[in-house]
Design a protein around this ligand. Structure first.
Ligand code: GLY
Length: 341
């Protein structure tokens, strides 16, 4: 597993070292097709993909793979996903997740507290209730009834540091994804005092050996958010969408702006009209930038899509977003193209 320490070490090594390790591709979009294939957002996607591959590589179903894959990240005490992640402004970690399969089955949880694997609770919502989404104490009550243990909240040391720093001014000025500064180059170091890592998400989409698609998305959302705030990640159509005839898409970044354009569904519809995954993601990013006008320079949103042929592509507002890809013989971190530096 790419634990937090290894992740930080890899991040600190930066793109040069990742390239030398053979994990970072030379800036090209995925121009090959593959089956099975799994792609996921950001550097932690490398380890998450390995978790997914245990299922995909032995002929398993994409749905099982995308659940198992993001569970790796949820369990990693990563600063930005799972129970060790950045809390809301009142100090509570609240988690959002969703999952969707090849039959338009989907499940989602939001504002869920003290449960280690929100993606698995989302899957139970999908499989064991007539509903798509449960939130807050109701989602937690359902999780407990399904046998999920109630955990004690234990912030990672990075999250605790970041929260302590934020508390000094307690300024409510949500700025999503400092990744937007594109500072994940060779000299990249996490800088908690500047609010680094105040947000992140893992979104994963996969196609199994039978050509079926599924996706998952899980996050602690915006760091130091207003209590009760929910972003795009648990919203089917926004943070994730799967249409088994066409493709799948997931999003990361400022959730409010992904929701505004129902981002992942929009990308899938553009793939239906014939756009490549990268072109469809780019068009969605352009739509957000057009809406946000000069405010777009302050936010990051990225989309990651996979089409039915097994071609993956991504696009971001700002430089700095990368996605991890794994097939039978390829394992890479690919820097996405962006509209702005
Ligand atoms: N994209 C994650 C969030 O906005 O919460």
């Amino acid at each position: 597993m790419l634990n937090r320490r290894k992740f930080l070490a890899l991040s600190a090594l930066g793109s040069t070292a990742l390239f030398e390790k053979g994990l970072l591709a030379a800036g090209k979009p995925n121009d090959f097709t593959a089956k099975p294939i799994v792609v996921s957002t950001w550097e932690p996607g490398i380890e998450a993909n390995k978790g997914a591959w245990k299922i995909l590589g032995s002929g398993g179903r994409a749905l099982d793979a995308v659940e198992a894959g993001v569970m790796v990240t949820e369990a990693s005490q990563n600063c930005c996903v799972g129970l060790g992640a950045n809390p809301d402004r009142d100090g509570y970690v609240t988690l959002d997740a969703c999952i969707m399969d090849e039959f338009f089955n989907c499940g989602s949880v939001a504002f869920l507290e003290r449960i280690k694997h929100p993606v698995s609770v989302a899957r139970r919502v999908m499989e064991k209730t007539p509903h798509v989404m449960l939130v807050g104490s109701g989602a937690q009550q359902f999780a407990i009834s399904e046998g999920f243990p109630l955990e004690d909240q234990k912030l990672s040391s990075e999250a605790q540091k970041a929260y302590n720093y934020w508390l000094k001014n307690s300024e409510y000025k949500p700025v999503m994804n400092i990744e937007s500064k594109g500072n994940r180059g060779p000299s990249y170091q996490p800088v908690f005092k500047s609010g680094e890592f105040n947000h992140d998400t893992i979104g994963m989409v996969a196609m199994d050996i039978n050509g079926n698609l599924s996706g998952s998305c899980t996050t602690s959302g915006m760091g130091f958010k207003m209590r009760g705030r929910v972003g795009d990640s648990p919203i089917i159509g926004a943070g994730l969408f799967v249409d088994n005839e066409v493709g799948a898409c997931t999003a990361t970044g400022q959730g409010e702006d992904v929701i505004r354009i129902v981002g992942s569904h929009t990308v899938v519809e553009w793939m239906r009209q014939g756009l490549t995954p990268e072109a469809a993601c780019k068009k969605a990013v352009e739509r957000i930038v057009k809406i946000k006008k000069d405010k777009a320079k302050d936010i990051q949103v990225a989309f990651l899509a996979l089409n039915k042929k097994g071609v993956a592509g991504a696009f971001a507002i700002h430089k700095g977003f990368s996605y991890a890809i794994k097939t039978g013989n390829i394992e890479k971190l690919i820097p996405a193209k962006s509209l702005m530096d």
